[in-house]
Design a protein around this ligand. Structure first.
Ligand code: SF4
Length: 898
C-alpha cells in the first residue's frame, strides 16, 4: 500500500491499463515508494492494487540484462550491442534483398511508449517500405478504432473521464470495469455516491464484480450485443426519441442503419429471446436509455474481442448519434482501452492498416505527405498483415524475419500453439524484452534487453486522449537500452541513418508532433501543433494534456463539439450493423463457450505483477470458472483439477464455481503461461477467427469442453528457494513473501514418501531437522525442513484436493523462530493458534484474508463495508475488493438468517 514519500518524487504514469493513472515514485536507498499523483486528472491520487504494488516489481530478478544470440545447438550466448545490432540489421537487409520488404515484420505492443512506437512505424513503413507492423493492441481495441473511423471518419474518443461524473446513466458493456479499469470504476462508484440518481446498467454474460453497483444487469448470451443495440436503436426511433436536427445537420445514413435494425431487432420480445434476457429487464434498459439524455455507454474487450466487434461498437455509436447524445457533458460512446499506450500506438499509426498521425495508407495524398516529411526512400502503399494473419504468414514461410517488441504472442494470441510453431520455423526471430523467461523468448534467435518501466522516458496516451509523461527514475541496468534507441541503431545499420539520428525521446516526440500538424488544417482532429517546439525543460515538465493541442500546451477536453466530424463533409455516419452469431458454435463435442479475460491483481502475462507477492495471493493459480449445474452435468467438482479442451488446444486448471458464470459458459483468465504453470496458456485454446473490419480475434467465444484431470495425488510445496519438482505431471508456481509456492499433482505414488520428500526439500542428511507425518489409511503425507528453527520448506500431499491452508503456512516463513505450537500445527496440518490462519487474501493492499474478515464480522457484529474498513483497513485503499467484502457480508448475514 502507498506510504508517505520522504524524498523528492518523480511524477510518471502507471504502465498497466488504459486508465493512465499518474504515479509518484520516490527512490530511497532501499526501495522505490509508489504513491498516486494527487494532481493527475485520471486518478487524483488513487491507485488500484496493481498500481500500488509497482514498487515490488522493480527488482532485477529474472531481467534480461545483455543481448543474447542462440547458437545452432539452441544455447544462448551473451554478446555486445555492436555485434547484435549488426547481425539483426544484416539479416533484415538480406531477407529484404532476397524476398522483398513484405518478407519482414514487426510485432509490437501497447506497452511501448509513443516514441518507441513512432520509430518502429517509421522504419517499417517509410524506410523498409512494408506495412507489416502490427501490435498486441490488435487484440485489445482495434474494433473500437475501426468503428470510430467508420462513424466519425477518424479514430477519436469523444468522451472524458469527467463525463462519468456528469452522467445520469452509465451503461457498461462487455467490461468488468471493477477489475480491469479499477480507478475508472472507483470514479463511477464515487459518482453514484454523490448522485444516488445515477443509474448503472451492466451488459455482460457474467455477473462480475462490476455488477456490485449495477441497478440492472443484463446477462445477455455471448455474441448477441448487436441485436441488443439494434433493438435499442429501433426502440428509440419508434418512441420518437431521435434528435431530428442533429441527425439532419450532422449525420448521414440513418435510413439504412434503421432498416437493418428494425429488420433484425424490431421488437423487445424478439430481442429478449435472441439475447436470452428477461423481456421486462430489457424493456427497463431501453426505458432507462430513453429517459436519460446524459448517458455514457462505456465498452471494452467484451465488445471488441469478437468476430463482429466493429459492428458491436458501431451499433452502440448509432444509438448515440440517433439521440444526439455525443460530445456534450455526461454523454457519448466511450471505448476504454486495455493497455497503457494503446491510444499512443494509434496516434503514430502502429497498426498494419494505418499510416502515421491518423493518416490513411490508402490515401495517396497522405502517403505523399508522410514520405516527404520523413524524407524517406519509400512509403508503404497497402495495408500490412494484421496480428493473426501475420503469424499465419510466418507459419507459411512468407514472412521470414520478425522482430517482436514488448509482447508475448506465444501466450496472448489465439491458436497460440500454431504461433509457437510459426516462430520455431521462422528464419529470424528477434525479441526485445525486459525479462528473460517468457514463452516467446524461448523461440527467439536474438534477445535484446529493453529498458523497463522506471528506466525509460517518453509519453503515453490514455483512454481519454490524455498524453502523460513516463519519466525515468532508475538508471538503466547492465546493458538494457530504451526501445527507440535499439530501433534507431538497427535502422542506421540498415543504411537509414538520416531518418534515425535521434538523441532523446523528446526529439522523437517533437517530430511526431510536427507530423501531426503538417498540412493539417482541421482535416484531422489528432493534432499536436502546440507541442512541436517544447524545450528540454518544457518536455520534462509537460503536464498531462488532452489532444488536440492547437495552442502551445493548451489541450482540448471536448472534441466534435460543433458536430463537425472528420469526414470531408463533416457528417458522422450511421453504420448498418447486421448481427450474426460467432462463427464457431457450441456442439455436442464442445458444448460450452470459453470466455477469456483478466483478473483483478494480474497484468498480461505476469512478467511484472507475478513478482509482487501481495498480487499473487488473491488468485494464486490458473482456474476455470463454471456454473455449478454444468459442473454436475459434466461430472467435475469445484476444487479439482480439470482439463479444458477446444479444437485448437487444451490446458489444465482448478475448477471454480463462483456463481458469476452463466450456464453453458466457462471463464478462464489470460495471464498464466509457461513461466508460471506447466499447462495453462489459454491462448492455445482460442479459435483464430477475426473481425473482418478490424482483424481483432474472437477471444471470448470458443466452443470448449471440460473433463476431470485424473491424478493419484495433489499437493503443494512452499520453499525459500526455487525448485524443480520431478514426478509432478502438473505444476503451477507463484512468488510469495519470502517463499515460492508450488501447487503440484502427480500420478506416481510411493508407499513411503519420506525419501522423496527429503530429497525434494534438501533434507537427506539424517541429522536434518525434519518433521513428517504419514497416515497410511488416508495416504496423507506432510513434511517440513527446518533450519536454525526457521522453516526452510514444506510439502503436503494427499489423494484429495482438500489440503491445509497455504496462508497459515505462508505466515510461518516470516517467523524468525518456529514455536512448539507451530511445529505441532505442521504435523497436525492446521493452525493451532486461533486467528493464525487469515484465509485466502481478499484485500491485497493490506493483506487481509477471508477468515480474518469473517471472524471480525461475527465477533464484532459488523454489517457494512465501512465498518470492516474501520476495523481491518480492508477496502480503504484502492477499493477493488469492496464487491468481495460486500459478498462476504451478504453470505454471513444469509447464514445468520437461516
Ligand atoms: Fe494502473 Fe490502471 Fe490501476 Fe490506474 S487503474 S493504477 S492505470 S492498473
Amino acid at each position: 500500500m502507498p506510504t508517505e514519500p520522504s524524498a523528492a518524487s518523480i511524477k510518471t504514469t502507471c504502465p498497466y491499463c488504459g486508465v493512465g493513472c499518474g504515479v509518484k515514485a520516490t527512490v530511497t536507498a532501499h526501495e522505490v515508494i509508489i504513491n498516486g499523483d494527487d494532481e493527475h486528472p485520471a486518478n487524483f491520487g488513487r491507485l488500484c492494487s496493481k498500481g500500488s504494488a509497482l514498487g515490488e516489481t522493480l527488482n532485477l530478478d529474472g531481467r534480461l540484462l545483455a543481448p543474447q544470440i542462440r547458437d545452432d545447438s539452441g544455447a544462448l550466448h551473451e554478446t555486445g550491442w555492436d555485434d547484435v545490432l549488426n547481425r539483426v540489421a544484416d539479416k533484415f537487409k538480406q531477407v529484404i534483398a532476397d524476398h522483398g520488404p513484405d518478407a519482414v515484420a514487426f510485432y509490437v505492443s501497447g506497452q511501448l511508449l509513443t516514441e518507441d512506437y513512432y520509430i518502429a512505424n517509421k522504419l517499417m513503413k517509410g524506410f523498409i517500405g512494408s506495412a507489416n507492423i502490427d501490435t498486441n493492441s490488435r487484440l485489445c481495441m482495434s474494433s473500437a478504432v475501426a468503428a470510430h473511423k467508420r462513424a466519425f471518419g477518424e479514430d477519436v474518443v469523444p468522451v472524458n473521464y469527467d463525463d462519468l461524473e456528469a452522467a445520469e446513466l452509465i451503461v457498461l458493456v462487455g467490461s468488468n470495469t471493477a477489475w480491469c479499469h479499477p480507478i475508472v470504476y472507483q470514479r463511477i462508484v464515487k459518482a453514484k455516491e454523490n448522485n444516488p440518481q445515477l443509474k448503472i446498467v451492466v451488459v455482460d454474460p457474467r455477473r462480475t464484480a462490476t455488477c456490485d453497483i449495477a441497478d440492472l444487469h443484463l446477462p445477455l448470451i455471448a455474441g448477441t450485443d448487436v441485436w441488443l443495440f439494434n433493438g435499442l436503436l429501433s426502440h428509440l426511433h419508434q418512441h420518437k426519441l431521435h434528435d431530428a436536427a442533429f441527425i439532419s445537420e450532422h449525420t448521414r445514413g440513418l435510413g439504412k442503419a434503421l432498416l437493418v435494425a428494425e429488420n433484425t431487432a424490431g421488437s423487445i420480445a424478439s430481442v429478449a429471446k435472441t439475447c436470452g434476457v428477461n423481456p421486462s429487464a430489457l424493456e427497463e434498459f431501453y426505458a432507462l436509455f430513453a429517459r436519460h439524455s446524459r448517458v455514457i455507454t462505456l465498452f471494452s474487450q467484451g465488445v471488441n474481442q469478437s468476430s463482429q466487434g466493429t459492428d458491436k461498437a458501431n451499433a452502440i455509436i448509432n444509438c448515440h448519434l440517433l439521440t444526439g447524445r455525443i460530445s456534450k457533458p455526461g454523454m457519448g460512446p466511450f471505448s476504454i482501452t486495455g493497455q497503457p499506450n494503446a491510444m499512443g500506438g494509434r496516434e503514430v499509426g502502429g497498426l498494419a492498416n494505418m499510416l502515421a498521425a491518423h493518416m490513411d495508407l490508402e490515401d495517396a495524398t497522405h502517403r505523399q505527405l508522410v514520405q516527404t516529411f520523413w524524407e524517406s526512400p519509400v512509403i508503404a502503399d497497402k495495408p500490412g498483415l494484421k496480428a493473426v494473419d501475420l503469424f499465419k504468414a510466418i507459419h507459411a514461410g512468407k514472412v521470414k524475419a520478425v522482430w517482436i517488441m514488448a509482447t508475448n504472442p506465444v501466450v496472448s494470441l489465439p491458436d497460440a500453439n500454431k504461433v509457437k510453431a510459426a516462430l520455431q520455423k521462422c528464419e529470424l526471430v528477434v525479441v526485445s524484452d525486459v525479462v528473460m523467461n517468457t514463452d516467446t523468448n524461448h523461440c527467439a534467435h536474438v534477445l535484446l534487453p529493453a529498458a523497463a518501466w522506471g528506466e525509460k522516458d517518453g509519453t503515453v496516451t490514455n483512454s481519454e486522449r490524455r498524453i502523460s509523461r513516463q519519466r525515468k527514475f532508475l538508471p538503466l541496468p547492465a546493458q538494457a537500452k530504451p526501445d527507440w534507441w535499439i530501433i534507431c541503431e538497427v535502422a542506421r545499420r540498415m543504411g537509414f541513418a538520416h531518418g534515425f539520428n535521434f538523441n532523446s525521446a523528446r526529439e522523437i516526440f517533437l517530430e511526431h508532433a510536427a507530423l501531426s500538424a503538417k498540412d493539417n488544417h482541421g482535416e484531422r482532429v489528432f493534432n499536436l501543433d502546440g507541442l512541436t517546439c517544447l524545450s528540454e525543460s518544457e518536455f520534462d515538465e509537460l503536464q498531462p494534456i488532452q489532444w488536440p493541442v492547437l495552442e502551445k500546451k493548451v489541450g482540448t477536453a471536448r472534441v466534435y463539439e460543433e458536430g463537425r466530424y472528420s469526414f470531408a463533409d463533416h457528417k458522422a455516419r450511421f453504420v448498418p450493423t447486421r448481427p450474426h452469431m460467432p462463427k464457431h458454435a457450441r456442439n455436442e463435442e464442445y458444448p460450452l463457450v470459453l470466455n477469456t479475460g483478466r483478473i483483478r491483481d494480474q497484468w498480461h502475462t505476469m512478467t511484472r505483477t507475478g513478482k509482487a507477492a501481495r498480487l499473487n495471493t488473491h488468485i494464486p493459480e490458473p482456474f476455470v470458472d463454471m456454473h455449478p449445474q454444468d459442473a454436475l452435468l459434466y461430472g467435475v467438482r469445484e476444487g479439482e483439477l480439470v482439463r479444458v479442451a477446444t479444437r485448437w488446444g487444451s490446458m489444465i486448471a482448478r475448477l471454480k464455481c463462483s456463481g458469476e458464470v452463466p450456464r453453458r459458459m466457462i471463464f478462464v483468465p489470460i495471464h498464466w503461461n509457461g513461466a508460471y504453470s506447466s499447462d495453462a496458456r489459454v491462448g492455445a485454446l482460442v479459435n483464430p477467427v477475426v473481425d473482418p473490419a478490424s482483424g481483432e480475434p474472437e477471444l471470448k467465444h470458443t466452443p470448449a469442453r471440460v473433463a476431470s484431470f485424473v491424478t493419484a495425488w495433489q499437493g503443494f510445496v512452499l520453499s525459500r528457494q526455487p525448485m524443480v519438482i520431478k514426478d509432478a505431471i502438473w505444476w503451477t508456481q507463484m512468488q510469495g513473501e519470502q517463499f515460492i509456492r508450488h501447487e503440484i499433482a502427480g500420478r506416481r505414488t510411493y508407499s513411503d514418501w519420506s525419501p522423496w520428500a527429503r530429497k525434494l526439500l534438501g533434507a537427506e542428511d539424517p541429522r536434518a531437522d525434519f518433521l513428517e507425518y504419514f497416515d497410511v489409511g488416508t495416504r496423507v503425507y506432510r513434511a517440513a525442513h527446518i533450519v536454525d528453527d526457521r522453516i526452510e520448506s514444506c510439502v503436503f500431499v494427499s489423494p484429495r484436493p482438500d489440503l491445509p491452508s497455504r496462508t497459515w503456512l505462508a505466515g510461518l516463513f516470516s517467523k524468525s523462530k518456529l514455536s512448539d505450537r507451530d511445529r505441532a500445527g505442521i504435523l497436525a496440518g492446521r493452525a493451532i493458534d486461533a486467528g493464525a490462519d487469515a484465509g485466502a487474501t481478499v484485500c491485497s493492499c493490506f493483506g487481509v484474508g477471508r477468515n480474518t474478515i469473517c471472524n471480525a464480522i461475527k465477533k464484532d457484529k459488523l454489517s457494512t463495508v465501512q465498518q470492516l474498513g474501520q476495523k481491518l483497513k480492508c477496502g480503504t485503499n484502492c477499493g477493488s475488493c469492496i464487491p468481495e467484502l460486500r459478498n462476504i457480508l451478504l453470505e454471513l448475514s444469509a447464514v445468520e438468517t437461516e
